[in-house]
Design a protein around this ligand. Structure first.
Ligand SMILES: Cc1cc2nc3c(=O)[nH]c(=O)nc-3n(C[C@H](O)[C@H](O)[C@H](O)COP(=O)(O)O)c2cc1C
Length: 157
């Protein structure tokens, strides 16, 4: 079972979550990075409007990958425009399962998960599970229980 975790992280919280999850499910990590320097307020507005922003070339083809996990911060109750760009660039996902984990300040994970879910379902992928973490738990280390539970569900399949 080859699993890929594609993640975007601005301040490092989602990276911490994605890295812990990768250890638990033995996954390949792919970092989604903006192509250019960006202004955070514009990023937040683009997230709100469900817009995309260019990203650096990274692995978007799912050939040889059995399962995809998107790890994303919640931005404006949705996902960063770089995550939208990644989801829209995914190829070879038809019929493959995916999961979403959203990292947030406090609210909006449902909207973020739905945003990623809708895009990947349009690619013919099959949504399986989701989870969310909160910034203060990532800072304190208390997030690991959430990640372990999420990982156990992914491994059990
Ligand atoms: C532009 C922007 C919009 C955000 N919108 C939300 C939001 O709607 N709800 C929320 O709970 N947190 C929101 N946050 C907070 C982030 O989700 C939170 O800080 C998260 O830990 C960031 O992950 P990162 O450290 O991987 O970048 C927002 C942050 C930014 C920069």
């Amino acid at each position: 079972m080859v699993i890929r975790i594609a993640y975007f992280s601005w301040k490092g919280h989602t990276q911490k979550v994605a890295t812990a999850l990768a250890e638990q499910v033995n996954a390949e990590l792919v970092r989604i990075e903006p192509l250019k320097e960006y202004h955070i307020a514009i990023g937040g507005m683009k997230a709100f409007l469900s817009m995309k922003s260019p990203i650096k070339p990274c692995k978007t083809d799912l050939a040889g990958i059995d399962e995809l996990i998107i790890a994303t911060p919640v931005w404006s109750g949705k996902v960063p425009p770089y995550v939208n760009e990644y989801c829209s660039s995914v190829t070879g996902g038809e019929g493959k399962p995916f999961h979403v984990i959203a990292e947030m300040g406090g609210r909006g994970s449902d909207g973020a998960i739905a945003t990623a879910k809708n895009q990947l379902e349009k690619k013919g992928m099959r949504f399986v599970s989701s989870a969310s973490t909160v910034e203060r738990d990532v800072d304190s280390g208390a997030f690991t229980a959430t990640v372990e539970k999420f990982a156990a569900g992914i491994r059990k399949k």
